[in-house]
Design a protein around this ligand. Structure first.
Ligand SMILES: [Fe+2]
Ligand SMILES: [Fe+2]
Length: 376
């Protein structure tokens, strides 16, 4: 199957041309083009579902320092081996041919190192993405015109601070090295922050980035055997599920009154973000650190057909039902539906949208039990 997003050699060059121009920069500034909005309508609960979510968020706050057991020791090498070390034979079954590459000569220990570096890279990107969410939600507090949404967004700011905190602490104390932000993730976050329309912060962050994060955290949660990381992910997911619900509840109301042309802008933005997240967040920084030519490595691994790869598709399992609920699949004669069909992700359309199923992730009763145990 051929789609307009197939990557050829030129695409690969364009993709690699985007690099972090200053990987050592300590501060990065983006112009935030939005107006800060005051509302004088303080009626709490005018939007009952947002109000319910706000009350729920207040009861579900956890403390990264005391609700997680940081005394657990983590042996990254042992974990990599437990999860199965990659190698030429497994890759061969997936159609990856290492002939003529440095990886053809890698020993088992080299593959273990690669897996550890990959983990460091992924967790670092989670951490950077969480900071993106922190900044975006602070922006939503300013720009959203409804008091119930401002209240809710304020709780999310606290949640995201906690998420940055836990990922940074886990990287610092249980793993061995941060990676800088991937250049494409950085550009996506910059675009979301720079947009002047308040709903675009929601669409980019709450629906797209957090939808993808919820699916990735869910996958990591299922596969990890490390108890601290497992619990950390479960707690983070409990918050993330609310965040995505916040996006769905807010935008559903707002998108009802938009024109076709305005909806088309949102559809294009959503599709572009989906493809960016799927195809451009490559671990190029890992290859560089391991001294492997990035072009060679990416070409070798790029044989997997992303349009038919169940793992790639799974990344969309939370995004598609939510976009459907917002009316974005069907607006403009199904413009977005047709595009999602070409990349093989429409099967998720009928899954429960996160506006409804966030309660599945609830940890409030567990937190209450923790507190009781502490005071007993
Ligand atoms: Fe988060
Ligand atoms: Fe979040």
């Amino acid at each position: 199957m051929s789609t307009d997003i197939d990557r050829d050699a030129n695409d690969l060059e364009a993709l690699l041309a985007v690099t972090n121009t200053d990987a050592d920069e300590l501060l990065h500034s983006v112009t935030d083009n939005a107006d800060a909005i005051f509302t004088w309508d303080y009626e709490k609960g005018r939007r009952p579902q947002l109000n319910t979510l706000y009350e729920k968020a207040k009861r579900s706050q956890w403390n990264a320092e005391t609700d997680l057991d940081w005394s657990i020791e983590v042996d990254q090498e042992q974990l990599a081996r437990e999860q199965g070390v990659m190698g030429a034979d497994i890759l061969g079954m997936l159609g990856v041919d290492l002939k003529g590459t440095p990886m053809a000569k890698w020993t088992e220990q080299d593959w273990v190192t690669f897996q550890i570096e990959s983990q460091n890279w992924i967790l670092s990107q989670f951490m950077h993405g969480e900071q993106g969410a922190l900044v975006c939600t602070a922006k939503i507090v300013e720009t959203v015109p409804w008091i119930d949404a401002k209240y809710y967004a304020a709780t999310q700011v606290m949640d995201e601070a906690r998420h940055v905190e836990v990922f940074a602490k886990y990287l610092d104390t249980k793993m061995n090295g941060h990676y800088p932000i991937n250049a494409h993730l950085k550009m996506l976050l910059d675009d979301i922050i720079a947009d002047s329309r308040w709903d675009m912060t929601y669409l980019g962050m709450q629906i797209m980035v957090e939808g993808l994060a919820l699916a990735s955290f869910g996958f990591a949660h299922q596969t990890t055997t490390e108890p601290l990381f497992k619990k950390l992910l479960r707690y983070v997911m409990a918050d993330e599920a609310r965040h995505v619900a916040f996006g769905v509840l807010s935008l559903r109301e707002y998108y009802r009154d938009l024109s076709d042309a305005e909806l088309k802008d949102r559809q294009e933005f959503a599709f572009e973000a989906a493809i960016r997240m799927r195809d451009r967040f490559l671990q190029q920084e890992v290859w560089e650190r391991l001294g492997v030519d990035v072009r060679q490595a990416i070409r070798v691994f790029d044989v997997v057909d992303k349009d038919n790869d169940p793992f790639q598709q799974l990344l969309f399992s939370k995004i598609v039902p939510n976009l459907s609920k917002l009316g974005l699949l069907d607006a403009n004669d199904g413009w977005l539906r047709k595009r999602f069909d070409t990349i093989g992700v429409l099967q998720f359309e009928t899954e429960a949208d996160t506006g409804e199923n966030y309660l599945e992730f609830d940890i409030a009763s567990e937190l209450a039990a923790n507190k009781q145990a502490e005071s007993a």
